[in-house]
Design a protein around this ligand. Structure first.
Ligand code: ZN
Ligand code: CU
Length: 486
């Protein structure tokens, strides 16, 4: 007898193919039957009127530490996500030094040095979702060169290469950069290229938060494409956007560049989150000596350990209250004790650019959520996937449901090497989400961001029900996956 059969579901299989009505059976963690099921099962689920899709894959996350700190991963499983790609923007929890804080955005205490050690600890914590690792440039550069503002010496570059190689041997899917951040921004293209070359024999990917996402967006796309072609690796452009009003609309030009490169044989894909604000560590966006006044106008405080009462507020309102200028308020926050831990939200993007991204068939969905639950995180942490399905598919008809799901599942798995996932076919892992297409919607807002979405009924991870009608079952069957391995 099978473990579970889901009957009469509207199956959207993840490939982009038209929906059909049918049953799906699972046993021992895998999908064993698709179509009409004749076998009985221990658990029967009536899915009449509901959509059954492969579990969503959040390809752009900073959940490296969250898998240990919040193994129930409620903000992801409640969106229908069954896997997350960690180590983005050049920040990864590996490599690390035992007993020290990791050099990703979570800064958890490491009990490991490499991906094998991290995998062991994460799987022991029983995470609700699976994870795939990218090894981050900022992390390995910090480990080998500290905060040095120069090119690496040969020995340093060699050691960085070894970190990338070890991560790939242990099952990472590729190498990531965050070239807008310190210390990544101190690197020349040559250094990044040398490290990207290391993933080529593994057929891994180069995922990049590019050097610039505003006035020099197009030049930054050129650099990313150039690294991809010279290293002979596939490129993933992270959270594709054009920040700053004078740059709005530019994403069409960068998508055209991508199309041209693909026509020439390059392998290039992108991800996007469906919001007009970004978020990240505030210290990374400002020069404390001379904070950019234009950017300061657009800042909202997400988590601010130095001044908890500022969380959720616009910086300009805080500045007005303190009777100082916005740049002075930036300095006031960043120089306070713990001020450097501040996470901010930047309201700098254009809705039209989101639509251009969502319409493009090489753009997948990635939240870029920062799981610091102490403050008021950007709502993308809780709302990304239901927001695409509700606001952009159902309400605005920007893309159809089959296409949206393909770009949350099979495309994401193919590019990031999540083998035997992302499609509802016999033999694949049973990572599945059952949702109501008429109800699915995000609820998380900038004011009240830690809210689960509507319309997600059930989520199965590796064949076990992890989420059921708003209840977290704490099954914790997630694994740290190995690139392209079953
Ligand atoms: Zn980024
Ligand atoms: Cu990111």
């Amino acid at each position: 007898m099978a473990d579970t059969v889901i009957r009469n579901a509207t199956i959207i299989d993840g490939t982009g193919a038209q929906r059909f009505i049918g049953d799906v059976t699972m046993e021992d963690g895998h999908i064993t039957e698709v179509g009409s099921s004749t076998s009985g099962a221990a658990t029967e689920v009536d899915a009449t009127g509901l959509v059954l899709a492969p579990g969503f894959v959040d390809v752009h996350t900073h959940d490296d530490g969250a898998l240990l700190q919040h193994p129930d991963m409620e903000f992801k499983i409640s969106q229908g996500c069954t896997s997350v790609v960690v180590g983005n923007c050049g920040f990864s929890a590996i490599p690390a030094v035992v007993g020290q804080r990791t050099l990703d955005l979570s800064g958890v205490q490491a009990n490991w040095t490499d991906l094998d050690g991290y995998r062991h600890d994460v799987e022991k914590s029983g995470p609700a979702v699976n994870a795939m690792m990218l090894v981050g440039h900022n992390t390995i550069r910090s480990l080998e060169m500290g905060t040095e503002r120069r090119a690496p010496q040969d020995l340093e570059l060699d050691r960085m290469r070894q970190h990338v190689e070890l991560a790939m041997e242990q099952g990472a899917c590729g190498f990531s950069t965050g070239l807008i951040y310190r210390p990544g921004r101190w690197s020349e293209t040559e250094e990044v290229l040398e490290l990207a070359k290391v993933v080529a024999p593994f057929e891994g990917i180069y995922a990049t938060h590019m050097r610039n996402e505003n006035d020099y967006l197009l030049e930054a796309v050129d650099e990313a494409l150039d690294i991809g072609s010279k290293a002979g690796v596939a490129v993933q452009i992270s959270h594709h956007k054009a920040a700053g009003k004078r740059n709005w609309g530019k994403v069409k030009e960068s998508l055209a560049k991508v199309d041209a490169a693909v026509a020439e044989g390059a392998r290039v894909t992108l991800d996007v989150y469906p919001y007009t604000a970004g978020s990240g560590p505030m210290i990374q966006y400002f020069d404390i000596e001379n904070p950019n006044p234009e950017l300061a106008q657009a800042i909202q405080l997400a988590s601010c350990p130095a001044f908890r009462d500022y969380e959720g507020r616009m910086l300009i309102d805080v500045a007005a209250e303190l009777q100082i200028t916005a740049p002075e308020a930036v300095r006031h926050i960043l120089t306070a004790p713990e001020g450097k831990q501040t996470i901010c939200i930047q309201h700098t993007m254009d809705e039209g650019d989101i639509l251009s991204n969502l319409r493009h068939d090489r753009v997948m969905i990635g939240s870029d959520g920062i799981p610091d639950l102490s403050g008021r995180p950007h709502p993308r942490l809780y709302g990304t996937f239901p927001r695409v399905l509700g606001r952009y598919v159902r309400e605005q008809g920007i893309l159809d449901l089959e296409s949206a799901i393909r770009r949350m599942t099979s495309l994401s798995c193919d590019v990031h090497g999540l083998a035997d996932r992302g499609r509802i076919i016999e033999g694949n892992w049973a990572d599945l989400v059952l949702f109501d297409p008429d109800l699915v919607a995000d609820v998380a807002s900038y004011e009240d961001p830690k809210q689960e979405s509507l319309g997600i009924r059930n989520v199965w991870v590796n064949g076990q029900m992890a989420f059921s009608e708003g209840t977290h079952t704490q099954m914790g069957k997630g694994k740290v996956l190995r690139y392209r391995k079953h």
